[in-house]
Design a protein around this ligand. Structure first.
Ligand code: 13P
Ligand code: 13P
Ligand code: MG
Ligand code: MG
Length: 370
């Protein structure tokens, strides 16, 4: 049998943006595009460049497999080149997500967010790419949980024999920074264990999902924690997620349906707040309170690595209502400013130096009363 293995790689980075953390300049996007175009080698089949908020996403299809040094280096070098342009243009946060000075064989742990998977291409291979800004990888927890375990969203779980076998979740403890710490749990049998972990999206995040029916991979999420790499806040992680759909996987509409919930996620201004995730069109900028947290989604078909034009999943009248709802939720949580659930817990505060100093100074002014 002729093997037809293909790899999808989504690498995103914030290497500078206009007017604060709003959007990359056109020149930046063109620089990345031209660099990738010029340096394509025989591994690369196709690519697309886009942005979501202030993050540039390079989507590559290739035959090099995951963790491929040539592919990672190409993306890294494109972002390095763009950083030079960002500096020349005086963009904000030039090179923000390139946390190490040099490439070391793999972009993981260097700053850029990366989601990738290798698979045998189906004759009608369809997949989705989500890119989020002003939030972290846990933002996908609830959305993917519902799409892969709940018949209220995924009707395939009761209508399709293959899909009703359920899915296996690989979940990562991203607080463990010394090495990858992961667990594999199968839905529906271990549904409550899965939920117990995913309820804590700042610690446990979905890394990947596989069909129980044939062990085929459906989902890959970037799990980069910039704070863990840099040891301090350098921007939010702004995760990318690739989802293979249809057949033994959920239908596109079933994956997209839970996005109507606008779940409250961490991120927003200074990466220190809580706000609803708003589904937006690709190439949407950032505005209100450095947010709200946004996610874009594109659908593609692929044949022997060649991509069709993309379908913008959230460019449809249905999502106008959902965006309005996200605005309502945004206004509601912003009404309480810095208070309680509106701001992240102390451990997650991205700019905690100010608060740390205030509390330190106040500590010895407290009096213990009898
Ligand atoms: P910087 O720390 O990069 O200045 O970002 C802060 C910011 O714009 C938060 O609103
Ligand atoms: P980014 O992580 O998207 O650069 O956002 C940083 C920030 O602090 C916005 O207020
Ligand atoms: Mg930024
Ligand atoms: Mg960003």
């Amino acid at each position: 049998m002729v093997k037809n293995k293909i790899t999808l790689t989504g690498i995103k980075a914030d290497v500078g943006s206009i007017g604060g953390h709003l959007k990359p300049s056109q020149k930046l996007i063109d620089t990345v595009d031209e660099y990738v175009h010029k340096h394509q080698d025989n591994l690369i089949k196709d690519y697309r460049i886009s942005y979501t908020g202030d993050d540039i996403l390079i989507l590559l299809t290739h035959t090099g497999g995951v963790d491929n040094e040539r592919i990672h280096k190409l993306a890294w070098d494109a972002f390095v080149q763009a950083t030079e342009v960002a500096k020349k243009q005086g963009l904000y946060g030039a090179g923000q997500d390139l946390l190490k000075n040099s490439f070391a064989g793999n972009v993981k742990g260097l700053g850029p967010g990366i989601a990738e998977m290798e698979f045998e291409e189906r004759p009608n291979e369809s997949f989705l790419v989500f890119a989020a800004d002003k939030t972290d990888p846990g933002a996908y927890n609830l959305l993917l949980y519902l799409a892969y375990t709940d018949p209220m969203y995924n009707s395939g779980l009761i209508l399709s024999q293959e899909i009703s076998r359920g899915y296996e979740f690989k979940i990562m403890d991203i607080a463990h920074t010394k090495a990858n710490k992961t667990i594999r749990l199968k839905a529906p049998n271990q549904l409550y264990e899965i939920a117990a972990l995913l309820r804590e999206p700042m610690k446990y995040v979905i890394h990947s999902i596989f069909a129980n029916y044939n062990q085929e991979q459906s989902v890959a999420v970037s799990t980069t924690r910039l704070k863990s790499i840099a040891g301090r806040y350098t921007g939010k992680d702004d995760p990318v997620c690739i989802v293979r759909v249809q057949g033994v996987f959920p239908a596109t509409g079933e994956v997209v349906a839970p996005f109507e919930l606008n779940p409250l996620v961490s991120g927003f201004a200074r990466g220190s707040h809580c706000g609803p995730l708003m589904p937006v069109k690709q190439n949407t900028t950032i505005s209100y309170f450095d947010g709200p947290p946004i996610v874009s989604g594109m659908g593609y078909s692929i044949r022997q690595g060649k991509l069709t034009e993309g379908v913008d999943l959230f460019d449809h009248p249905f999502w106008e209502q959902i965006r309005k709802r996200a605005v309502d939720k945004t206004k509601m949580i912003r009404e309480q400013g810095f208070y309680g659930a509106a701001m992240l817990p102390f451990s997650e505060l991205e700019y905690n130096q100010g608060v740390v100093n205030i509390l330190k100074n106040l500590e010895n002014r407290f009096k213990i009363e009898n």
